[in-house]
Design a protein around this ligand. Structure first.
Ligand code: NAD
Length: 734
């Protein structure tokens, strides 16, 4: 079975069809690339072939390179991996250069045959890089198709000629959103931007491609960069206009990446240096920078967590055996911030929703939340008015529990209060079918305790959404002591329906995500109390790749929530409670009425309109800044170890059963330094022994919260890595 086949018609047009057997989407692997090369050679050599159409046998053209292969390329590149990678990349360049020339002699300009890429649908990554080497790209007018180079989003960049070709086709400035941000466009926008050349009605795609091939002149077969007098659109770097592009781009990249994402900087270097030299040298430079990125452990860690493992979790890597549990009718109890968001994402995914609150007014407000989101979509042209009506039509807002009849899943999101929750649980269970699964969205209360309100605790589970529900991609599924496998399967199937990413954890205080994020916030607050300059704390966090500093984060989640959690934790832990120093800061902010963003006052100052202005200038009066400030790396160590040690403990305790979930959950749930692939990825990059040494040193100076977990100490002694030991989903030894 082959991925590429070639047919020839009576008019001398050969069609190379990409159609990977048994897959719904074409992705490229190394063998298939070689096959394509052989077919192109054949077409060039065959005197009966006048020109070639490259297309797909599927509804889309291609999803890109098989990222599993990129992740493994380094391992299989031999004793000198950088050399092996570079040679492999030059092989791709040779293939595309062969397509680009189609037998034409670069020096004499003689020979050559036209080749056109005919894209029926989505063309991503190498699925666009190959077309970019064709003489023309024609796409079917398929508004759902996505065209672009999203490599940067998983920690690499378009390294099979896409960077060099797109820059030369569009100019660095116009190419930058596609290269640096991984922007995707539908065919019409891609045509308007100049990425592709033509958009035609889907039914005319192949006929138009053939027409173009038969009419192509020798000039049509020469790419702009192979023509005499070619000039880079927008200006080369040494021209005033081009120079400004690069100054701006460099500042933007550094501002956005804080210098921690090697791919963005390498990409920019490839573009800049490539723009100074002839095309074939630019390809070599691109290959060198791409090798540099692949040699950096961050790229494999990002591909692993953000692509391979994220997808594995979405496909149900940890789903228990059970028949399909797709949700048909969902009940949501509590139409507040969370309940309203849950109702929206479910209705948007085609699920019928009953949204219940204590008063009809509150229930209606919850439904109006969906309307507001949909209205924004309509205003931006992303949602049609029909779709809006359809989604809203699926949500019934009511106070009547009888409407829960026929619901196969219920998510409870009423006030965070055991008594209130128990009361609504009992009421709802009376109206629900006997086999319905009952889920709670609690963020702090033990699932096993809440399950006591149910006479069917095996059908009781935690489904913990993050706020705002429509934006946050992670859903934490929590098994109570008695939760059964069907409830887990139901929760996972529901999360798949609403196209989010699940992790499944066991029941313990704060579950997984909040358990790790609270120590991060607390470490920031401790440092404020110690007299560390608040700006140093915030910037140190951002410079190591955290999206928000701890003080901004606590402002966003609100000081009063922090106070509430601190009080509840203290009540539960008694004398063992370790965070008195944190509470002093938190409680003082609450006393000052500075509750965070929602009160327009917190660690930051805000404008009347709610724009964040900068750190509050009253902080120093409350917590004087000491003359002796720590080094930025010490602040970063404290902030990162506070999180990763908690993640290791959660894994050791069995709350987290799979480090892949720990890493994916950390990045999607609270933005843990994505460049590292997550807390376990970060520890592997650092190495267990240096990690244990650094944590030990922090523990000696700052206290037992940094004590080295037994598992990490053992791994340090044995020279092991987390992914080496547990990368296949293995549990920590009990
Ligand atoms: P909220 O106060 O915005 O909404 C709670 C809603 O429940 C209100 O509309 C209220 O009228 C309704 N309600 C209260 N008692 C009720 C009753 N007896 N019957 C019917 N409805 C009743 O709160 P929220 O932020 O949406 O939080 C809801 C739940 O989600 C809590 O358990 C919370 O811990 C959890 N949670 C919150 C967040 C967050 O960021 N806010 C994140 C994850 C989980």
């Amino acid at each position: 079975m082959t991925d590429f086949t070639m047919t020839r018609d009576a008019d001398g047009v050969a069609t190379i069809i990409w159609d990977v057997p048994k897959k719904s989407m074409n992705v490229l692997n190394l063998e298939a690339a070689a096959e394509l090369g052989r077919l192109v050679d054949e077409a060039i050599a065959d005197t009966g072939v006048k020109g070639v159409i490259l297309t797909s046998g599927k509804k889309d053209f291609a999803g890109g390179m098989d990222l599993n292969i990129i992740a493994k390329m380094k391992e299989s590149a031999g004793d000198d991996p950088a050399r092996g990678l570079f040679d492999g990349l030059m092989g791709f360049h040779a293939l595309e250069r062969k397509i680009e020339l189609m037998g034409r002699d670069l020096k004499t300009g003689q020979g050559g045959k036209p080749i056109v890429a005919a894209l029926p649908g989505t063309a991503l990554g190498i699925g666009l890089e190959i077309p970019l080497s064709c003489h023309r790209i024609i796409a079917a007018d398929n508004p759902r198709a996505k065209i672009g180079l999203p490599e940067i989003l998983v920690g690499i960049f378009p390294g099979a000629g896409g960077t060099t070709r797109l820059t030369r086709k569009m100019g660095p400035m116009a190419a930058s959103p596609y290269l640096l941000e991984g922007k995707l466009s539908d065919p019409k926008s891609a045509k308007a931007a100049g990425i592709i050349d033509e958009v035609v009605a889907p039914e005319n795609l192949l006929a138009r491609a053939k027409e173009w091939v038969l009419a192509a002149t020798p000039a049509d077969m020469v790419k702009p960069w192979d023509q005499k007098g070619y000039k880079l659109p927008g200006g080369a770097p040494y021209q005033p206009s081009g120079y400004m592009t690069f100054v701006g781009a460099s500042a933007m990249v550094n501002g956005k990446t804080q210098g921690v994402y090697p791919a963005a900087q390498a990409l920019l270097s490839a573009v800049y240096e490539g723009a100074l030299v002839p095309f074939d040298t630019a390809l070599k430079i691109e290959a060198r920078w791409f090798t540099h990125v692949l040699m950096n452990p961050s790229s494999s860690a990002m591909i692993r967590s953000l692509f391979i493992n994220k997808e594995a979790l979405e496909k149900g890597a940890n789903r228990p055996e059970a028949p399909d549990q797709s949700v048909k009718k969902l009940g949501v109890l509590g139409a507040g911030m969370m309940g309203a968001g849950i109702a929206y994402v479910a209705a948007n995914a085609g699920i019928t929703v009953v949204l219940i609150d204590a008063t009809q007014d509150a229930a209606d407000r919850g439904r109006a939340h969906s309307e507001a989101i949909l209205d924004k979509g309509v205003a931006r042209g992303k949602v049609t008015t029909e779709k809006k009506a359809e989604v809203l039509g699926r949500i019934t807002a009511t106070t009547d529990y009888a409407a829960l009849q026929g619901c196969d899943l219920l998510v409870e999101a009423v006030f965070e209060d055991v008594t209130v929750k128990a009361e609504v649980t009992k009421k709802a269970l009376k109206a629900l079918p006997a086999d319905a699964i009952f889920a709670t969205n609690t963020s702090t209360l033990p699932i096993s305790q809440l399950a006591e309100a149910s006479d069917k605790p095996d059908q009781f589970i935690g489904i913990h959404f993050f706020s705002p529900v429509d934006k946050m991609m992670l859903v934490e599924i929590i098994k109570g002591k008695k939760t059964g496998p069907r409830a887990v399967a139901k929760a996972l199937d529901f999360v798949r329906q609403i196209r989010k990413t699940p992790i499944v954890v066991n029941d313990a205080r704060f579950f997984y995500a909040n358990r790790c994020i609270i120590p991060y916030i607390n470490e920031g607050l401790r440092m404020v109390a110690e007299g560390v300059e608040p700006a140093l704390i915030e910037n140190a966090a951002k410079l190591v790749g955290m999206p928000l500093g701890p003080l901004q984060l606590v402002d966003e989640t609100s000081i009063d929530l922090g106070v509430k959690i601190a009080k509840a934790t203290k009540a539960a832990m008694g004398d063992a409670y370790p965070d008195a120093a944190v509470d002093k800061v938190l409680f003082r902010m609450a006393d000052l009425g500075r509750m965070g963003r929602k009160s327009n006052a917190g660690f930051y100052a805000y404008s009347d309109k709610g724009d964040r202005l900068g750190l509050w200038d009253g902080l120093a009066a409350e917590w004087p800044v000491s003359a002796d400030q720590p080094d930025v790396s010490e602040v970063q160590q404290r902030l990162l170890f506070a999180q990763v040690l908690e993640a290791v403990r959660a894994f050791e305790d069995g709350v987290l059963e799979d480090i892949r979930e720990g890493d994916v959950g950390a990045i999607l749930g609270w933005g843990f330094a994505p460049w590292s692939g997550g807390p376990f990825g970060w520890l592997d990059i650092l190495g267990a022994a240096p990690a244990a040494d650094q944590a030990g040193a922090l523990a000696a100076r700052f206290g037992a919260r940094f004590a080295v977990p037994t598992l990490l100490a053992q791994m340090a002694e044995r020279g092991q890595t987390f992914y080496g030991l547990f990368g296949g989903g293995q549990k920590a030894a009990a």
